[in-house]
Design a protein around this ligand. Structure first.
Ligand code: SAM
Length: 250
C-alpha cells in the first residue's frame, strides 16, 4: 500500500476518534447516548464518511467504518463463550484463506482497472482469459457480459469468496469459476493472464508464466512488479490510487 493511502487511513481514524471525544466532552452527544456501542458506532460512521470523502478504495472504506465498532465488539466479547471466537476464526479463514500461506489477502480491483483490462481484449476474435485469485468474481462477470467472444476463468482458493464468485457465474456460459490453487492452473490455455496478488508470489508466477504461457499471450499484473523483468508496457490509470497495470507480452 502506498504512503498516501496509509496516511489517509490513519488520519481518518484519528479525526473520527478525536471528533467523537471532543463532542462527548462538550456534552453534544447526550441526545444519541453515550454508551460504548453508540460511541463506537458514531466513530465508525465518521471514519466511513471521511474515507468516502477522501476516495479511499471501496474495501478500505468498509474496513475503516468497521474498525472501531469491531474493536468495541471484541472487547465486549471477551466474556463471550469460546465457540464465538472459534466461529470468528472460521469466518476469517473462509474469507482470507490465501493470506497466511501465500501472503495474498482479498482486496479487489476497481472498476477503472477492469475497464482498462477490457481495452486490452479483442473485440471480435475468440480468446480466453484467467484471473488468478479471482476474489468475488465481480470483474470477471462484468467482462464476461461485455465480451461474448471471450471465455473467462476464475481460480480462487478462499472458500467464501469462491462460492460468491461461483454463484455470480451461474447461467453465464462464458464464465467458469474453479475452487483451487492458482499454481495448478495451466497458463498455456489462455491468451490473457490477469493477476492482482502481492509482491511475494511474483517471482514464482513469472517462472510459471515463462514455462507455460504461449508466445504472444499477455501477462497483466495489477501493481506488482517482477524483480528484474521490465514490463513491455505500463498503463497508469486515472483512479484514486493511480493503479499501474504491468503488461508483458510473452
Ligand atoms: C488481491 S485479491 C484479487 C481479487 C481479484 N482478482 C480482483 O482483482 O479483484 C487476490 C485473491 O487471490 C486469492 N488467492 C491467494 N492465493 C491463492 C492461491 N494460491 N490460489 C488461488 N487463489 C488465491 C485470495 O484469496 C484473493 O481472493
Amino acid at each position: 500500500m502506498d504512503a498516501a493511502l496509509w496516511i489517509k487511513v490513519v488520519l481518518a481514524q484519528f479525526v473520527a476518534a478525536g471528533s467523537v471525544a471532543l463532542a462527548l466532552k462538550a456534552g453534544l452527544l447526550t441526545g444519541i447516548g453515550t454508551t460504548t456501542p453508540a460511541l463506537a458506532g458514531l466513530d465508525g460512521l465518521l471514519a466511513l464518511g471521511l474515507s468516502w470523502a477522501w476516495r479511499l478504495p471501496v474495501w478500505w472504506r468498509w474496513i475503516q467504518g468497521g474498525f472501531v465498532p469491531a474493536l468495541a465488539a471484541a472487547a465486549a466479547g471477551l466474556h463471550a463463550p469460546p465457540w464465538v471466537w472459534l466461529a470468528g476464526f472460521a469466518l476469517l479463514w473462509l474469507v482470507f484463506r490465501g493470506a497466511p500461506g501465500g501472503r495474498v489477502p482479498l482486496y479487489l480491483s476497481n472498476s477503472t482497472t477492469w475497464d482498462a483490462l477490457a481495452g486490452l481484449l479483442p473485440k471480435k476474435r475468440a480468446f480466453a482469459l484467467v484471473d488468478l485469485g479471482c476474489g468475488l468474481g465481480g470483474g470477471l462477470a462484468r467482462l464476461a457480459r461485455r465480451f461474448p467472444n471471450g471465455v473467462f476463468q476464475g481460480v480462487e482458493s478462499a472458500p467464501l469468496p469462491c462460492l460468491w464468485a461461483w454463484l455470480r457465474a451461474r447461467g453465464r456460459a462464458n464464465l467458469r469459476i474453479r475452487w483451487g490453487d492458482l499454481w495448478s492452473e495451466d497458463l498455456g490455455r489462455y491468451d490473457v493472464v490477469y493477476a492482482f496478488l502481492s509482491p511475494e508470489p511474483m517471482p514464482e508466477l513469472w517462472l510459471k508464466a515463462r514455462r507455460e504461457m504461449r508466445t504472444g499471450s499477455l501477462l497483466v499484473s495489477n501493481s506488482f512488479e517482477v524483480p528484474g523483468w521490465v514490463p513491455d508496457h505500463v498503463l497508469t490509470l486515472d483512479d484514486g490510487r493511480r493503479t499501474r497495470l504491468l503488461i508483458w507480452r510473452m
